[in-house]
Ligand binder design. Structure first.
Ligand code: ADP
Length: 485
């Protein structure tokens, strides 16, 4: 079934480099498929090193003029980009659901979320302040200024095809940097549609380019080219480690949003209905394919059975289907690799004594649809305890007391998001302090917003995105020491 968009020009089959829409040098293409139907949604160029280098050189050439604009002038252009995203919210959502699978409601929500980063940083760019520091000698004056880092490279994943781009491009462009983006090959159409709107908003040529194609070749050039001063990446820890190593010889600044293994702790004083609602939102959003999805549900002994029952009743109401159909809450998984990983985690858990409460297998709809699943009696020895499942599987662990919950929650190399439900104020403060995570959701399962700093510790990454802190990642500090005053 062909895509029907109100503005068909948002669907592109060429890349946007230096203000031009172009094909790959060799004419090669990548096919983008709809995970709900297996149908082709579109094709995009399969580019490599040469095209990437041209985009980087264009970004470098565009940088002096872009950084010389006042923050207010950049802000006006970004504001227009924000408005265009919202004006085309419906089309952008249809495009996203078609290539990514998430429900149309979630896709619309993501476009609003993606737009919010552009709006926020259009404003925040006007508030990049420096310091005046009292001199250390009578004739000295010390001033600290902040400057844009320069050409930035961005590599983004398929789970949030638009928002992971704008939360990098928003602060980068607002700060006066330029950017070359490589989107995930599963979801390049959303990225190219953003570029269409960037062009319409008046973002000058070369300031924001999108290169689709070979991850290894494009990533290789983005990380090796000395013109690129910063890499910002969202994706797996495995690839993040590789990219960091590739950036080491040219000492690039790094922002890495990597994997998570989020604990979701339910204490015996928690409001169980609220905890179930939070778990449902945190676990099954985007069919479990977010880096802040609850990966381990740790439930205290006294409320374990009651929580499990209530959660199973809530999960029974989820509706698996094509994201474009009304009422769908759970779209398909992104591809067969994702399905196989989920199956492997479930099989491993069952072989080690876990109990299947609901789901557990591929959905009757076929393709990459998977049944929302709950596993009980899960233990730390199972794969689901250590690895990010990235699918609709809720494993329930049992704990006795607060100390054990904290020990289990922190027993991972990751440190992105953690959640807990509790009523006692003292416990809330104690547990918040003890969790080794960049983000803690307390009595809530939803923590993402453009106004707050998103990011992890340990193997979950470096840097923060969103909020006043998010723009710092695109700025260098310059210290001016004036003598003989
Ligand atoms: P995911 O598991 O979410 O697909 P990945 O880390 O594999 O996460 O991919 C995230 C992004 O990194 C995608 O845009 C992908 O194309 C890109 N990528 C994957 N491998 C490499 C690589 N070797 N070099 C550069 N980019 C890569």
């Amino acid at each position: 079934m062909p895509l029907t968009l109100k503005d068909p020009s948002l669907l592109r089959s060429s890349c946007y480099i230096d203000g031009e829409w172009i094909a790959a040098d060799a004419g090669a293409t990548i096919t983008v498929t709809n995970p709900a139907t297996g149908e082709t949604v579109g094709t995009v160029p399969k580019m490599g090193q040469a095209e990437t280098r041209r985009a980087i050189e264009a970004a470098n050439a565009a940088w002096p003029a872009w950084r010389s604009l006042t923050a207010g002038a950049r802000s006006k252009i970004l504001r227009r980009w924000f408005e265009l995203l919202l004006e085309h919210q419906d089309d952008l959502a249809v495009l996203m659901t078609s290539e990514q699978g998430k429900s149309l409601t979630e896709a619309k929500g993501e476009i609003g979320y993606a737009a919010s980063f552009i709006e926020w940083f259009a404003e925040e760019g006007k508030r990049i302040y420096g310091d005046v520091i009292p001199g250390h000698q009578p004739d000295k004056r010390i001033v600290v200024t902040k400057e844009p880092i320069g050409v930035c490279a961005a590599i983004t994943p398929w789970n949030f095809p638009s928002a992971m781009i704008t939360r990098k491009a928003g602060p980068a462009l607002a700060a006066g940097c330029t950017m070359v983006l490589k989107p995930a090959s599963q979801t390049p159409l959303s990225a190219l549609a953003l570029a269409v709107l960037a062009e319409r908003a008046g973002i000058p040529k070369g300031v924001f380019s999108v290169v689709t194609g070979s991850a290894g070749e494009i990533g290789g050039e983005l990380t090796a080219n000395p013109i690129v001063r910063k890499l910002t990446f969202t994706g797996s820890t495995e690839i993040g480690i590789k990219l960091a190593a590739q950036c080491a010889p040219t000492i690039k600044k790094l922002s890495l949003e990597l994997g998570g293994n989020a604990p979701f702790i339910v204490f015996d004083d928690a409001d169980l209905d609220a905890a179930v609602e939070g778990a449902l939102a945190s676990k099954y959003r985007n069919s479990g394919q977010t880096c802040v999805c609850a990966n381990r549900l740790l439930v205290q002994d006294g409320v374990y059975d009651a929580f499990a029952e209530k959660l199973a009743a809530a999960v029974a109401k989820l509706k698996v289907g094509n994201g474009l159909e009304a009422g769908t809450t759970q779209g398909p998984l992104i591809d067969m690799n994702a399905v196989e990983k989920v199956e492997e985690h479930i099989a491993d858990a069952l072989s080690k004594g876990a109990r299947l409460m609901t789901g557990g297998k591929r959905h009757a709809l076929g393709h990459t649809f998977f049944e929302p699943t709950i596993l009980a009696d899960v233990t730390p020895a199972m794969k689901v305890a250590k690895e990010e499942t990235f699918g609709p599987v809720a494993p329930l662990f049992r704990f006795k007391d607060e100390a054990e919950a904290i020990q289990m929650a922190n027993d991972t190399e990751f440190g992105l998001a953690a959640y807990f439900y509790a009523a006692g104020m003292n416990r809330v403060w104690r547990v918040s302090a003890a969790l080794e995570y960049g983000i803690v959701g307390i009595n809530t399962g939803i923590i993402s917003t453009e106004v707050a700093p998103f990011g992890g510790v340990k193997s979950s990454g470096l840097g923060r995105e969103g909020s006043k802190y998010g723009i710092e990642d695109y700025l260098e500090i310059k210290y001016l020491c004036m003598g003989g005053v």
